[in-house]
Write a protein that binds this ligand. Structure first.
Ligand SMILES: CC[C@H](C(=O)O)C(=O)SCCNC(=O)CCNC(=O)[C@H](O)C(C)(C)COP(=O)(O)OP(=O)(O)OC[C@H]1O[C@@H](n2cnc3c(N)ncnc32)[C@H](O)[C@@H]1OP(=O)(O)O
Length: 288
């Protein structure tokens, strides 16, 4: 159950032919998703298509799936920052691809593919942060909700513009948004397609932090440095323990209580009597 719920995807081969969808998506090229893993255990995933405000092409969807697979296997990983290239987050689906995927069946297959990938992204045993600079529009706004936390840079905007496009979120963004801000705020954001700036983001709890402007406040570091510092408060310690914390949090969030409790026991068993636990006991640590 744990493997199926936590590691698994939403849709299986019974629902759609993932390989056929991948092949179709690769027909919409442009941009890339770049992964860099740091020794600190923090990785950065970069959405890279700056000439189109980091719009998401089919190739980028396939590359995101590949990079998520690599991160699932990263034993030393603790944290992840999702960032757009060139000072902006992501302007959503590449509208050129949209023109060619406009049949409902094509749209649903793309949604199934993206829901699988973004669910796996959210379920990574890493503490993940979307670093929002510039704009996160449409599918880009949905992407921000596939991370554990959102940090907003000065002047940044998250906007669920779907209504203006005559659609609703399809990459799982509505389901995750309800979880984050509640159904009342979700309805308001989707029905108004209004802009969420850092102040509003903090108010409705879509954002977990507002970053400082390095051009205005001296010595605060770039927004990326600020995000790394923010994340480092939550990733101090050995990877096995940080990953275990993410797993018990996810199981509490996703599973019925009895299953969540069983999962918690299993995860507990992976750290109890482990090196960090024994070291803490022998050093008689005090929590003053
Ligand atoms: C589930 C997916 C979801 C849905 O189905 O609803 C979507 O994500 S749909 C896409 C939602 N996003 C948009 O509609 C974005 C539309 N674009 C804009 O609003 C503006 O381009 C903006 C605000 C992102 C940037 O405006 P600015 O004036 O700063 O720059 P430009 O408009 O000149 O943009 C530069 C360059 O980028 C191209 N661009 C921007 N976004 C997209 C996109 N989503 N797809 C394809 N191309 C995009 C824009 O056309 C310009 O290209 P150029 O060749 O220079 O004209």
């Amino acid at each position: 159950m744990w493997q199926r719920q936590m590691g698994g995807r939403v849709y299986t081969e019974m629902d759609f032919d993932q390989e056929e969808t991948k092949a179709k998506l690769l027909g919409f090229p442009g941009g890339s998703i770049d992964l860099s893993k740091q020794e600190s255990g923090i990785a950065v995933l970069k959405i890279n298509n700056p000439s189109h405000m980091n719009a998401f092409t089919g190739t980028m969807m396939v590359q995101l799936e590949e990079k998520v697979s690599l991160l699932e296997e990263w034993a030393d990983g603790k944290g992840l920052i999702l960032q757009g290239a060139a000072g902006t987050f992501c302007s959503g689906l590449d509208l050129n691809a949209f023109k060619q995927l406009s049949k409902p069946q094509d749209g649903m297959e793309m949604c199934m593919f993206m829901q699988n990938v973004l669910t796996r992204l959210l379920r990574l045993p890493l503490i993940s942060v979307a670093l929002v600079e510039g704009r996160a529009l449409g599918g880009g706004a949905e992407l921000t909700t596939a991370c554990d936390f959102r940090l907003m840079a000065p002047g940044s905007v998250i906007q669920f513009v779907h209504k203006h496009m005559g659609v609703v979120p399809g990459w799982g963004g509505a389901a995750r948004l309800v979880y984050l801000v509640g159904s009342q705020n979700c309805l308001k954001l989707l029905c108004s397609a209004s802009k969420v700036d850092p102040e509003l983001g903090l108010h409705i709890r879509l954002a977990d932090g507002a970053l400082k402007d390095p051009l205005v406040e001296e010595g605060v570091g770039t927004v990326r440095q600020q995000a790394e510092k923010w994340l480092s408060h939550y990733t101090k310690g050995p990877p096995a323990v940080i990953q275990a914390i993410k797993k018990v949090t996810l199981s509490g969030r996703e599973l019925p209580l009895t299953e969540a409790l069983r999962t918690e026991r299993e995860v507990f068993g992976t750290v109890w009597g482990g090196p960090s636990n024994l070291q803490a006991l022998t050093s008689k640590s005090k929590h003053k």
